[in-house]
Design a protein around this ligand. Structure first.
Ligand SMILES: Nc1ncnc2c1ncn2[C@@H]1O[C@H](COP(=O)(O)OP(=O)(O)O)[C@@H](O)[C@H]1O
Ligand SMILES: [Mg+2]
Length: 258
């Protein structure tokens, strides 16, 4: 068995009296696409924040490729190949779309010189379909465009593990289809993906495994089909999300996969 790319061992994070994460343990295999779901306030964003060093853990250990990276700083995480997108997208509004992505490339440290960073940025703008906006200010982008900009930025860091924080929230159905295709081709490059997601269609068509957080605890870990039937998950999250929906909330497992 190959060693996991990422491992969390009993990771806890407290803010004042709040247990944002409570002894969370799991390991990710290289090349997996894993979804993280849970109600608002469950600790999903905090999970990415402790993995990337935005927040220090209160206790526990984070290991990346066998190396203890607990307590690393965000720039060190980026340089190791741990990239993330932000739930609230905040590009530098007056900088061009190209400059925003180049800034990401420089932060990730994969490109020492500005000319290389610009080159990497152009490549990722093409990949994410933003070439037409290269020289426009980031403020000219729609929400869907800003989400793509976040993706381009994190890809310009040449990640090995990419963590996506609600990249589909607020997007319409055809924009989500576009994002799905993009995420699939990112995975096709061999990049491991941890995706925080509320859109069930995305979870079912992308993720081979789903982690469920509730009040900072990992209450379930399984395939989408297993998670959909899990009583604790239904009570904690899916029931609330789908209680008033009909027809039945779930497509059968693997529906929609072409
Ligand atoms: N920087 C912070 N300071 C204080 N409390 C925080 C901070 N970040 C998150 N929290 C709290 O931790 C809990 C988990 O938040 P978060 O990880 O953002 O949840 P999710 O992303 O699942 O909606 C919430 O109760 C939230 O208010
Ligand atoms: Mg969040």
């Amino acid at each position: 068995m190959t060693a996991p790319i990422l491992q969390l061992q009993a990771v806890s994070k407290e803010f004042g009296g709040i247990h944002a994460l409570n002894t969370v343990s799991f390991a990710l295999k290289e090349g997996q696409i894993v979804a993280v779901i849970g109600p608002n306030g469950a600790g999903k964003t905090t999970l990415i924040n402790v993995i990337t060093g935005v927040h220090r853990v209160s206790s526990g250990q984070v290991t990346f490729r066998g190396e203890d990276v607990t307590g690393q700083r965000p720039f060190q995480a980026a340089r190791r190949g741990l990239a993330r997108t932000f739930q609230i997208v905040q590009p530098f509004p007056r900088m061009s779309v190209l400059e925003n992505v180049a800034a990401g490339a420089l932060f990730g440290g994969a490109h020492a010189r500005m000319s290389e960073a610009m080159e990497a940025a152009r490549e990722q703008l093409a990949f994410t379909g933003l070439t037409a906006f290269t020289d426009r200010p980031a403020s000219a982008l729609t929400l869907a465009g800003r989400k793509r900009l976040e993706l381009a930025k994190s890809l310009a860091m040449r990640p090995q593990l990419l963590m996506l924080d609600e990249v589909n929230s607020g997007l319409n159905s055809s924009e989500i289809d576009g994002a799905l295709a993009l995420i699939r081709s990112i995975a096709g490059r061999g990049i491991t993906i941890l995706i925080i997601e509320h859109v069930m269609k995305v979870i079912f068509s992308l993720a081979e495994r789903v982690l469920v957080l509730h009040h900072g605890e990992l209450i379930a870990d399984g395939s989408p089909g297993e998670i959909a039937k899990d009583q604790r998950v239904i009570e904690a999250y899916l029931g609330e999300k789908f209680a008033r929906r009909s027809p039945p909330p779930f497509p059968p497992p693997h529906a929609g996969q072409g």
